[in-house]
Design a protein around this ligand. Structure first.
Ligand SMILES: C[S@@+](CC[C@H](N)C(=O)[O-])C[C@H]1O[C@@H](n2cnc3c(N)ncnc32)[C@H](O)[C@@H]1O
Length: 318
């Protein structure tokens, strides 16, 4: 790419076209989109602006920045890390190498959690001073699920009746989750806890910030579910993401099975756990539920592509 060559290749559209070809060659499955987003980042405009101003020349400093971004993307670094942000459930979340980039498929878990919480808040009259619906997001990463759930409930004026604890085993991820919660103005409805699954939430009071006990009404978890064997063969983007966020052991369900084991002491009677799973884990998660929480109703919902994506497990009331 030669900025300022004056032959049309140094326009916004020209540089995007050249970069798209390079990124396609480098193995990106979304080369054009990547190039447009990176150009927008270089110019400080959004993607619509990139498309609308295709004929405009790119100033030399922006062209140089764009070239740097494209080189990083060619090496496999996720666009979200290069831009430092990722759109998730209508929110611009900060994203960097401290945590997994939130994926669009996880928005289904958020929608289900919001619907579940709203049902609990509206199914019977609530007395003033009633305890909040207690939610935990186990393996919060960027805080995507927790922050999106509280934000969605705030839009419905329901956030004051909910309290969400965000847990991660990674201190780095938890720090990023806190940043996102503060940036989106929802930290007042949240607590943050570093730990292995529910460990350390034993007494509850300190981790739950006075909002209730250590048991929860709704458990949300997008924990690692990739099989150890598959990690090496995954797209090179994933090499930039924390392995702790991905590796679910030999069949991908090691961490989720440990979570299931803890649910009897962590879910209130009638409580619900919503667990994201891999597209090929529909049958194995149901088998794991039957073994680890026998007698608890469990089901799997498909994503928009019709693939198993979200497991729902309920603790019977009695
Ligand atoms: C697949 S990422 C999901 C991140 C985020 N929830 C999302 O949906 O984008 C899994 C997260 O679980 C965390 N994690 C892995 N094992 C854990 C454990 N035993 N206890 C708590 N968190 C864990 C990882 O650090 C990572 O942030």
């Amino acid at each position: 790419m030669t900025p300022g060559s004056g032959d049309g290749r140094s326009t916004v559209a020209g540089l995007v076209a050249i970069a798209s070809g390079r990124l396609l060659e480098a193995g990106s499955t979304s080369a054009r989109l990547d190039a447009e987003l990176l150009m927008g980042h270089a110019l400080g405009i959004d993607r619509t602006g990139v498309i609308a101003h295709g004929a405009s020349p790119v100033p030399a400093p922006a062209a140089a920045a764009f070239e740097g971004f494209v080189v990083r993307r060619e090496a496999g670094e996720p666009v979200a890390y290069i831009r430092g942000t990722r759109e998730f459930h209508g929110l611009a979340l900060a994203a960097d190498a401290r945590a997994l980039v939130p994926r669009p498929e996880t928005e289904q878990l958020v929608d289900e959690a919001v619907a579940e919480i709203a049902r609990r808040l509206t199914s019977s009259p609530r007395s003033p001073g009633a305890a909040p619906v207690r939610v935990v997001d186990v393996g919060t990463g960027t805080g995507a699920i927790a922050v999106a759930v509280v934000s969605a409930l705030r839009r419905r004026r329901m956030d004051q009746a909910v309290h969400v604890t965000a847990v991660d085993i990674s201190a780095d991820a938890l720090a990023l989750a806190m940043e996102n919660a503060v940036a989106h103005g929802v930290a007042d409805r949240m607590a943050f806890h570093r730990g292995d699954l529910f460990d350390g939430l034993g007494d509850g009071a300190e981790a739950l910030d006075g909002a209730g006990g250590a048991r929860f009404d709704v458990v949300c978890a997008n924990l690692p579910y990739v099989t150890t064997g598959a990690i090496a063969g995954l797209a090179k983007d994933l090499a930039f993401e924390p392995v702790l966020a991905l590796d679910g052991g030999p069949d991908g369900l090691d961490v989720i099975r440990r979570l299931l084991d803890q649910l009897p002491s962590r879910l209130v009677p009638g409580g619900v756990a919503l667990l994201e799973i891999g597209h090929d884990q529909g049958e194995s998660i149901l088998a794991a539920c039957a073994q680890h929480v026998p007698g608890w109703p469990a089901s799997v919902a498909a994503d928009l592509a019709g693939l198993p994506r979200l497991a729902r497990v309920e603790r019977p009331v009695s």
